[in-house]
Design a protein. Structure first.
Length: 194
C-alpha cells in the first residue's frame, strides 16, 4: 500500500473501492455528475485542495473528462494533480456490457497500470506516518459523537472548518486526520467550544 499525502478524487464508489486497496489516503467520490450540484462536497474538496492539493483520477471517457475539467476549473488548476489512465477497450467484470465508449474505467484497471499512472503524474509516495491519529474517542470526549448534543456540536464544528454538514463521525475522523494533527484538532475544539 502506498501512502499519499493528497486526497484523491474519483467518480464513484467502485473506483474508491479499487483505490482503497492500493493507496493509503483519503479518497473522495464525486458520485458522477452529482458534484455539479453538491456545493458542500465541492467546498470540502476546495478546502482540502487549499491545504494539501488534490489528485483527480477519472475515467478516460467523455464523462470522466467533463468531471475532471469541472474540478480543475472550480478548484484552481495549480492545486490539482491530474492522473490519467490509458484508453483500454473492454468492460469491467461487474458490468454485463461495456461502457458507452467501450473503455475500461478506473475500477477495471489493473493495479500496476494504476500505480504507473500515479508515477507518470509525478505523485511521490511519502513514507508512512507514525503520528498520533485523531480517533472517534477524541470526538466522543469533545462532544462531537455519542452524546445527545453531538449532532449539533458536530454541525457547528463542520461549519467552522468549512466541511459538509452531513459528514458522519467516521468520515469526519478520516478527513481530520488528513487536515491536521491531534494538537491542531484540540486547538480548534478549544477555539470553538471553550
Amino acid at each position: 500500500m502506498i501512502h499519499i499525502n493528497e486526497p484523491v478524487v474519483v467518480e464513484g464508489k467502485y473506483d474508491k473501492i479499487k483505490l482503497s486497496g492500493l493507496l493509503d489516503t483519503l479518497i473522495i467520490e464525486t458520485d458522477g455528475f452529482s458534484i455539479f450540484k453538491d456545493k458542500e462536497k465541492l467546498d470540502m474538496i476546495r478546502t482540502l485542495a487549499d491545504l494539501t492539493g488534490i489528485i483527480v483520477l477519472t475515467d478516460s471517457d467523455a464523462a470522466g473528462f467533463r468531471i475532471r475539467n469541472y474540478l480543475n476549473s472550480a478548484v484552481g488548476k495549480p492545486k490539482v494533480t491530474n492522473v490519467y489512465i490509458p484508453d483500454i477497450l473492454g468492460r469491467e467484470r461487474r458490468k454485463a456490457v461495456p461502457s458507452k465508449e467501450g473503455k475500461i474505467g478506473v475500477e477495471g484497471m489493473d493495479d500496476q497500470v494504476l500505480l504507473e499512472a500515479f508515477k507518470r503524474a509525478g505523485v511521490i509516495a511519502a513514507p508512512a506516518s507514525h503520528k498520533e491519529k485523531i480517533t472517534k474517542y477524541h470526538l466522543y470526549v469533545d462532544g462531537l459523537s455519542g452524546t445527545d448534543q453531538s449532532a449539533g456540536n458536530r454541525r457547528l464544528f463542520l461549519k467552522f472548518l468549512n466541511l459538509p454538514q452531513r459528514l458522519s463521525a467516521n468520515s469526519l475522523v478520516e478527513v481530520l486526520n488528513r487536515l491536521m494533527s491531534v494538537e491542531e484538532y484540540q486547538r480548534k475544539i478549544e477555539e470553538i467550544f471553550k
